[in-house]
Design a protein. Sequence first.
Length: 203
Amino acid sequence: MNPFSTRQAAEAYLSKITDAGVRDATRARLGLEAEVSPPSVPAMASSTRPIACQPRAPEPSPATALTFTLPFPPSLNSIWRATLVPCKPKKPGAPPWAARILLSQDGRQYRRAVRDIIRALNSPSTPPGARLALHLHVCPPDRRARDLSNLPKALEDALTHAGVWADDSLIDELRVTRGPVTTGGQVHVTITPLTATLFEVQS
C-alpha cells in the first residue's frame, strides 16, 4: 500500500535511500514503476566511407647551401703590394725595371689557409655555371671601426683560388652582415646556387 498522497512525495522519500537495491525494493512495494532511462539515440550511420589518412607530402627543401667558417681576411689595402721587377726596357732610356702589383705575404698566407680548410671539407665546389648568392657573416677580432665593403674581395679571391667556384663573377647576390666580436675573428660563409640545387664534391 502506498502511504504517499502524490507520486512526487513518494519520489522524494525514495531519493533519500542511498542503497540502490533497497530503493528498488521499496519502489516495488509502493507499487511505483521503476525509473525508465530515456532511450539512447543510436548513432547515425555515416552515409559516406571513412576517408583514408593520406601520408603528408614532404615539404620542398630549399636549395642546398654550402656553409663553412673561414679566418678573418686581411684588409683590401694589405693584400696587394707594389714592387719593382727587372725587365728589358721597351724604349731607349727607359729604366730596366717596371712596377708590378703583387699579392702580399698576408694575402698569400690567407689563400693558403682558405685552401687548406676547403681541402679538409673534401673540396666541395659549386655546380658548373651556376649563378650564386654569397652571404658573409663577419665576426671581427676587435671593436676597431671596419668598412665591411673592403672585406669580401680577399675572401672571394681565396675561394676562387681554392676551386670552390670557377670565378667570383658568378656571384649575383652578395650580402655582408656584421656579427659579434670574436677572438681572432672569423667569417661564416654561406653559398647558395641560384640555378642549381646540388653541390659537387671533387673526387
